[in-house]
Design a binder for this molecule. Sequence first.
Ligand code: FES
Length: 121
Amino acid sequence: IAPAFQRRAQSWVDVGGVDDLPIGKPAQLDYKQTVKEGWRTTAVHKGVWAVKRQDGQVTVFSPICTHLGCGFNWDGADRNFKCPCHGSVFAMDGAVLGGPAPRPLDELPSKVENGRLLVMY
Ligand code: FES
């Protein structure tokens, strides 16, 4: 069964202030959103990964490992993303460094408006 966030229509979602993001260190942006699906109201919790570069550009990655869909973590010591499920490792730019992941991390469309980071998903 596909998770709720894969079924609903996509839209721009405000995930936070872009000035609050650290430079050169991925930040996981958690938030809660209420989605109406017919008679049901679902609280959806997502944590996209935002990476802000020195030049201020921000890249946003889906928090879902491209292997089999687990959530992955940032390893600050090794400076890469690690998936706890089967050991995939990704660089800060999303490239696969190791493990069974078949492709880089999925980048989500994003833009900055009035200092807010908006993500399409
Ligand atoms: Fe991440 Fe398998 S789901 S390595």
